[in-house]
Unconditional design. Structure first.
Lengths: 335, 284
């Protein structure tokens, strides 16, 4: 517990958690039946109540920038955690058959409850070596091409697709550009829009721009309540529009970008917000996995009954209506 | 045209420039941003804004692009009644509403795109051009919608589609809505593809970010003007990420062609011809 990465707004919570730990150690040493046992137990319960209240308060009023930092919490569950927690069977499939295998995107057949699915998700990595191998969740073109190849494989057998989005953005590097990062993402969006099988997508952490959308064109899209999704990271936006990324401008940019789950729901970009346990997914990965699983199964249940042509038409219209503009009665003259 | 070879000794334009200069009024000369030579403005314009000295392709706006590509008098503008708004109430150092207004006054344009039907050397075509002068040609809801409607119109009327791109990417001030334009335009192109349409994507300097990562890289044929910057990430972001200098010519048209991402690098003077040739091969 004390290993919690400390977010500044969690300080009162972490302080209480330390006290609980200390009390529990004492209780263990003295024993439940000791003279102090009853008093210690009561004290622990009281501290727990206080901690839960503090958590609810801290997480009830997160700013957009604080939400981004929760979404990046090092203990936050990632695709491989959810696979372990919610898939009964997982047959991982590697490689794009063109260039290589990108560990930043995990793909494979999986069983979730009674459903067979193709699971596709970004993986950021947890230990340093895994983080480096995964480029911190920034996929290369081969990652996007691998994702598409496996999704097309799923479509061939009518297996629905579940994608988990968690990336700061697609990797900006020499090889990535040379091998067509932009083309890979673009082709994925085009092909996903016409894949003849249901697709559901959930932003589980970071939904960084095209790198996220490259595996997130779907029939139904949800976000975990402490994840973010936008066209650019707050730091990237602050650096360009505020000329400098610092705590203050990041906070302003995060707010301006309307990147929280609630904002995205209001903008019609996503269909549903999946609430996380109090204190965030990192405090209760299995509870979060349960909510994810429930949402996936209920959405796939609805989508599977639909004729494919109708499914694709509704998917097309889902994206077709995106955007807000004014339509004047007459053409506006321009130079 | 710039090269005079009167007595067999090839002379460049700059050789003859000093003698002529006196007869041309001030302000009629521009310094080429690439070779730094002084070029007579009217010659530059007649040369499609390509430097007669060094062949540097100057950036041009959408109206000029349409003028260069469409047969004279055939361009019928469409979707010009779509205007941007500020759906997010976006405010950085300046409000998006104010920024839009300032850009509209500066450019005389409503947003960063111009689309319509035209003939290119007699071939009926749906033409859509981004405009770099308006907020760096960035794609927000209006650009995404006009591009999508252009694709849909080309699908309905079985027209070949030419999109000339130049853009800094998705427009930050419309955030998630801009991002969704990438999916919207790509999905429309999937249907155009299903219908057997020919899409020629023309990449010009610069084409980056969310525009490259959507319709611009989805052409059946992809052409690029010489030495145009084309990429997903901007060069500065890449240099910062990898902490080293980028190789010479990296992310330029010729590099993309060598990397297998662009079909042909086409000088501006040949673009109309090339488009017509390709349209004929596709039989539309
Ligand atoms: Zn020049």
């Amino acid at each position: 517990m004390s290993a919690y990465y400390q977010l500044d707004f969690e300080k009162p919570v972490v302080a209480l958690e330390r006290e609980i730990e200390a009390l529990e150690t004492r209780l263990k040493a003295e024993g439940e039946q000791s003279t102090n046992g009853h008093r210690l137990r009561a004290e622990i319960d009281e501290h727990r109540r206080k901690r839960d209240a503090a958590l609810r308060e801290a997480y009830g009023t997160l700013t957009a920038w604080q939400t981004v930092r929760v979404a990046r919490h090092p203990n936050r569950p990632q695709t491989r955690d959810y696979i372990a927690l919610m898939c009964r069977d997982f047959v991982e499939l590697s490689g794009d058959r063109r260039f290589g295998d990108d560990p930043a995107i995990v793909t494979g057949f999986a069983r979730i409850g009674p459903m067979k699915v193709m699971l596709v998700g970004h993986q950021k990595g947890k230990q340093t070596s895994e983080k480096v191998a995964c480029n911190f969740g920034c996929a290369h073109p081969e990652g996007y091409r691998k994702a598409l190849a496996k999704m097309q494989l799923a479509a061939k057998f009518g297996v629905p697709i579940v994608t988990l989005v968690d990336t700061p953005g697609a990797y900006p590097g020499l090889g990535a550009e040379q091998r067509g990062q932009a083309e890979a993402i673009a082709v994925n969006m085009l092909e996903m829009s016409r894949l003849r099988t249901p697709i559901v997508s959930i932003v589980i952490g970071e939904g960084g721009s095209g790198g996220a959308l490259g595996i997130a064109v779907a029939d139904s899209v949800a976000m975990l309540s402490n994840s973010w999704y936008s066209v650019i990271s707050p730091e990237g936006c602050a650096a360009i529009l505020w000329k400098e990324a610092n705590e203050q401008t990041n906070t302003a940019a995060a707010k301006a970008l309307k990147l929280t789950a609630k904002d995205n729901l209001e903008l019609g970009i996503i269909d549903e917000v999946i609430p996380e346990p109090v204190g965030g997914a990192h405090r209760d990965p299995s509870g979060t996995a349960q909510s994810l699983q429930q949402w996936v199964l209920s959405r796939l249940h609805d989508l599977r009954g639909k004729p494919l042509d109708e499914l694709l038409e509704v998917r097309y219209q889902r994206y077709r209506r995106m955007g807000v503009y004014l339509e004047q009665a007459a053409p506006v003259p321009s130079r | 045209m710039a090269k005079a070879a009167a007595d067999g000794n090839a002379r460049t334009w700059s050789d003859v420039r000093p003698q002529r200069r006196a007869s041309i009024p001030e302000g009629m000369w521009v310094r080429c941003s690439s070779c730094s030579k002084m070029v007579y403005k009217r010659h530059l314009e007649a040369n499609l804004h390509v430097c007669p000295e060094c062949s540097f392709h100057n950036r041009i706006g959408a109206a000029e692009r349409v003028k260069q590509l469409a047969d004279t008098g055939t361009f019928q503008e469409m979707f010009a009644n779509l205007t941007p708004t500020d759906p997010l109430g976006f405010k950085d150092l300046k409000g998006y509403k104010d920024r839009l207004l300032a850009e509209q006054i500066k450019t005389g344009r409503v947003d960063a795109v111009k689309a319509g039907t035209c003939f290119i050397k007699g071939r009926a075509t749906m033409l859509c051009c981004l405009d770099l002068t308006f907020m760096m040609g960035s794609m927000g809801s209006v650009v995404g919608e006009v591009v999508t409607r252009s694709i849909e119109h080309a699908t309905r009327d079985s027209l070949p589609l030419v999109i000339v791109s130049c853009s800094g990417g998705a427009r930050m001030q419309e955030a998630g809505l801009s991002l969704m334009q990438m999916a919207k335009t790509s999905a429309a192109l999937a249907r155009y593809d299903d219908a057997g349409g020919l899409f020629i994507s023309v990449l010009t300097d610069p084409t980056t970010g969310g525009v490259t990562a959507s319709f611009a890289m989805l052409g059946d044929v992809i052409l690029a003007e010489p030495d145009a910057l084309i990429g997903f990430a901007g060069p500065r972001v890449i240099a910062q990420t990898i902490r080293q200098e980028l190789p010479e010519g990296f992310q330029r048209s010729e590099f993309l062609q060598k990397s297998g991402l662009v079909d042909r690098v086409v000088p501006r003077a040949q673009l109309r011809n090339e488009l017509a040739r390709l349209i004929d091969f596709a039989g539309k």
